[in-house]
Design a protein. Structure first.
Lengths: 178, 601
């Protein structure tokens, strides 16, 4: 699908936020903002849907909790009960306090790893993956706003350019995709 | 803009304090003695037991006794019970009665007698004594790390006697109704002389010798038992244990809230935080309670030192006196720390450090409003860091001195942190509730959802920190199962049933489940409801830290407790709201103010 992508570059995070606010007010849909650091409030401005990473983390944690419980139930109670410190492991419930630290640790382990990997996958930033940002300078001191022609069908290319030019940009670039 | 403390809110706080005070006084007046004990002869003991008008509030053993007794006496008549054990009657019954009458007259107690003849076969009375015996023994057990087998043995033989003997309550006098609010029912269970007597003598000798081994003094087992029960298991009206303990619970809990806010200020200065600048005045307002709260704690400590209350039994100089019958080697060894001189020196340090720090923070904050610049900011940064170090040591030592030493023989290295996390979370809850109150009154329009969200995250995180420390302390003690450590939890599980776990479950699960989502951390409703519940459960947490060591199983949450809690809530709100009127609710000239006003998370 062919599309025209406009990249507008700014040199300050306040400028990019103000520009985004202005464009959004005029009805432009801003697809993405690339920035070297997190800009508080930008996601609300350009209408990025709130992340569901938290829900994923909860599910990973729940998985870890269940795996730890099942595992320890099998290892310590069913398969090879041991008498540790005068506390014979014949019942999981009665020895529950002893299993809590491992349950906790494994829950955290699964949640943290699952969350990191999901995050990297979703952002396509696993080690070795090609960079997604349009300009290497966005990892340094430049801020780039990405606007797609296809998502802004109500405006012509010239109108979009004019609107972007009216903001505090330092550079504007255009790219065609096939 | 300053907070305007309108007369409407003033009245609300005064009404709270007034209602609390009235309820407390009601509770105080209806407070009964729980257990008096007096030795009668070398092997008989008189045990005066609490007999509340409400049998439901008694524990199982007490209920059994109560039922047996109330067979012959109507329930309303029996305010106090005297349970008497004796084998050889030292006086004639009439002599005994007149002695008791004399004593009772002094205490303005009316005495009713209920006698059991010695040749009876009524199982009930028998059962009754047996139960009392048990109850008493459990007290002795609980009371002691003094290894006193002697008393136990002598008791076993009591119950043996009773089990073998058959009684019936012959000429039980019906108790007549009296207008006095104290009434005494005297139960007498004579055992038959003869075979049993010899048996008993043998045991008594054994007991006697065992006792000598243990203590090397000439006290009879009964006297020793009396001391033990009296010192550790019994409460008399003159000591008002329940009231004093409640004063400590509330004094510490509300003082802790002020301390939590103070710590939070110090933490934010030391980390040069920008996220909480707009709420700084709220924290400062809450720390205004610290000097007021200190007064109540000091009252309890002075009373403890003077022997007016028995909350800390290491305060009794006799326990470290090797010649005394109260001598306790374990406590004596802790004397350098748990001794009056060091305790008071440290109290000066604790209160001094906290009150002076709070004043310095407040003074500088007001100064910054006028002067501006970054000079004060960096001064605060340095002082905040110093304060945190100081607070780390002092808050731990403080919780050992004030709370942990109630169970003097017990210790836990995690206790300081556990106490501190409770202090911190109570502080955060109060900060949030105060912010919502002020917002509801139309103040703090500059505090936005993001600021609430940040504090909500703290509430969530510190709740989990508290649960983590609570559980760590419990699990290590549970796993190691060392007798001197497990006593703490045994007392809490047997006498306080599920309170400990309910407190733990609510304090962990409520924030964990309901504050996990971003929306809940920003929602006024969610935070106010959860905050109020957590406020009460953290109060209960302090309650359960203190009570099992001071009133043992005779705890209650009645008008006394509720009244005192309400009084303190009213006082706290009054002091804090008054502090809000004294300075604008938004700081000026803080270097991070502008950033924080545009906070977005």
């Amino acid at each position: 699908m062919s599309d025209t992508i406009i990249y507008a570059m700014y040199d300050d995070d306040d400028k990019v936020v103000n520009a985004a606010k202005k464009l959004v007010k005029e009805g432009v849909h801003v697809n993405e903002v690339f920035s070297p650091m997190p800009i508080h409030g930008i996601d609300d401005v350009i209408g990025v849907r709130h992340t569901r990473l938290g829900i994923a983390a909860f599910l990973y944690g729940l998985t870890g909790l269940m795996l730890a419980t099942l595992g320890m139930k099998y290892f310590m109670i069913d398969d090879w009960p041991m008498n540790i410190g005068g506390k014979p492991n014949f019942s999981y419930l009665e020895n529950l306090p002893a299993f809590i630290p491992i349950t906790f640790e494994f829950t955290v382990l699964c949640a943290a790893h699952g969350m990191s990997i999901t995050y990297l996958l979703r952002n396509k930033t696993l080690p070795g993956m090609p960079a997604q940002n349009p300009d290497p300078r966005t990892t340094d001191d430049r801020f780039v706003m990405e606007i797609r022609q296809s998502e802004n069908g109500q405006f012509s290319s010239d109108q979009l350019h004019a609107m972007i030019q009216s903001t505090d940009i330092v550079e504007i670039d255009e790219k065609q995709t096939k | 803009m300053n907070f305007q403390f309108t007369s409407k809110f003033k009245n609300v706080t005064f009404i709270l304090m007034g209602v609390g005070l009235v309820l407390f006084i009601l509770g105080f007046l209806s407070e009964k003695s729980h257990l008096y004990v007096t030795p009668h002869s070398h092997d008989s003991i008189a045990l005066l037991q609490k007999n509340s008008a409400d049998p439901e509030s008694l524990n199982y053993d007490e209920q059994l006794v109560f039922k047996e007794v109330s067979d012959g006496v109507s329930e309303e008549d029996a305010d106090l019970l005297l349970v008497e054990y004796y084998h050889e009657l030292p006086y004639t019954v009439e002599e005994l009665k007149s002695k008791i009458n004399e004593a009772a007259k002094e205490k303005e107690i009316t005495v009713t007698y209920k006698e059991f003849s010695s040749h009876s076969n009524h199982g009930h009375a028998d059962h009754g004594t047996h139960e009392v015996d048990h109850h008493e023994e459990s007290h002795a057990d609980e009371a002691t790390t003094h290894e006193d087998h002697a008393t136990e043995e002598s008791h076993e033989d009591h119950s043996d006697d009773h089990a073998e003997e058959e009684h019936h309550d012959g000429n039980a006098e019906e108790a007549s109704k009296h207008d006095d609010h104290h009434e005494l029912v005297l139960l007498m269970y004579p055992t038959a002389e003869g075979d049993n007597h010899d048996h008993h003598e043998g045991n008594a000798e054994e007991a006697e010798s065992g006792h000598h081994d243990a203590h090397g003094s000439s006290h009879s087992p009964i006297e020793t038992l009396t001391h033990i029960i009296h010192d550790e298991g019994s409460f008399t009206d003159s000591h008002h244990s329940r009231s004093w303990s409640n004063l400590l619970v509330n004094g510490f809990f509300f003082f802790g809230i002020g301390l939590g806010a103070l710590f939070f200020i110090g933490l934010q200065y030391a980390t040069e935080s920008g996220w909480g600048v707009v709420t700084k005045r709220i924290l400062e307002g809450i720390t205004a309670y610290i000097p007021v709260g200190a007064i109540f704690l000091i009252i309890v400590f002075i009373a403890g030192s003077m022997g007016w209350n028995h909350i800390w039994h290491w305060m009794d100089p006799e326990v470290s006196n090797p010649d005394s019958s109260h001598y306790d080697a374990i406590i004596a060894n802790k004397q350098p720390f748990l001794g009056q001189p060091f305790f008071w020196i440290m109290n000066v340090v604790y209160f001094g450090a906290f009150i002076i720090s709070a004043r310095i923070f407040r003074k500088r904050s007001l100064q910054e409003d006028i002067e501006g610049g970054t000079k004060i900011h960096f001064k605060n940064y340095v002082f905040g860091a110093i304060f945190l170090v100081l607070f780390g040591y002092l808050s731990s030592a403080m919780s050992w001195h004030w709370i942990m030493s109630i169970d003097t023989h017990w210790f836990s290295t995690l206790f300081g942190w556990y106490c501190f996390s409770g202090i911190w979370i109570s502080g955060i809850i109060t900060i949030l509730l105060m912010i919502f109150f002020l917002k509801g009154q139309g103040y703090l329009e500059f505090v936005n959802e993001s600021h609430i969200h940040d504090l909500g995250k703290w509430l969530f995180a510190v709740s989990i920190l508290w649960s983590y420390l609570f559980f760590s302390q419990f699990m290590l003690i549970w796993y190691a199962d060392i007798p001197e450590e497990v006593t703490y939890y045994i007392a809490r599980f047997t006498d306080y049933k599920y309170i400990l776990w309910i407190v733990f479950a609510i304090n962990l699960l409520l924030p964990l489940v309901f504050l996990m989502s971003r929306e809940a951390k920003r929602s006024r409703q969610a935070i106010v409801i959860i905050g109020c519940v957590l406020f009460v459960t953290h109060w209960l947490d302090v309650f359960i830290m203190v009570m099992p060591g001071t009133v043992f199983d005779h705890w209650d949450i009645g008008v006394l407790e509720v009244g005192m809690f309400l009084f303190f809530v009213g006082l706290f709100i009054f002091v804090v709201l008054r502090a809000f009127t004294k300075a604008p609710l938004l700081v000026k000239n803080h270097p991070y103010l502008d950033e924080n006003l545009h906070q977005h998370t």
